[in-house]
Design a protein around this ligand. Sequence first.
Ligand SMILES: N[C@@H](CCC(=O)N[C@@H](CS)C(=O)NCC(=O)O)C(=O)O
Length: 190
Amino acid sequence: MKLYGSTTSPYVRRIRVILSSVSHEFIDLQIFSGEDRELLASRNPTLKVPCLEDDGEMIFDSRAIYGYLAEKLNYEPLTWEEENQLTLVDAANDSFVQLMLLKRSDIDISENKLYFRLQKERIEAVLYSLSQQLEEGGFKGWSYPEICLYTMVDWVLFRQLHDMKDYPQLLDFHEKHRDKIELTATDPRG
Ligand SMILES: N[C@@H](CCC(=O)N[C@@H](CS)C(=O)NCC(=O)O)C(=O)O
């Protein structure tokens, strides 16, 4: 089994955590240029990571990869509540990725533009909802939704994408899990 990704991507990291006890090869790519981008393009036309190669099959997108691995590893399927939790995390994570790519393209995202406002509004709405769920006892185990929430929060802190002090529940959640071996082993800070 081969996982194509990068060490910094929160979407890749969630799958690396799932694969931490499964024998696999991790192909660490610099996805935005050079030979690595060509390799990625030859495997995955969406040009995004992660993607997984197994038994001659390519699976694109962390959500599909999780479904594939869950079946293979005989995990319980996600409940609809967990699917919704994932959708929330993915929505905020995607908006963070968009804002980061805009910044890297030297676009001033502090301008009052519809596209920027929509991303920021979604981020706040989702972070608030996730905080509420934590307050109400949600995300209390350590399965896929918690792993995805952790890798997003940790990536936001690592990249300094957002001031998280308005979301103490998210910071407490982060603190609670940060020393787990599968998280220290996949820390984007190296
Ligand atoms: N829905 C995808 C999102 C993956 C994604 O956005 N990955 C980022 C890295 S964090 C990426 O490859 N971005 C490249 C691009 O947007 O061109 C998934 O869950 O796998």
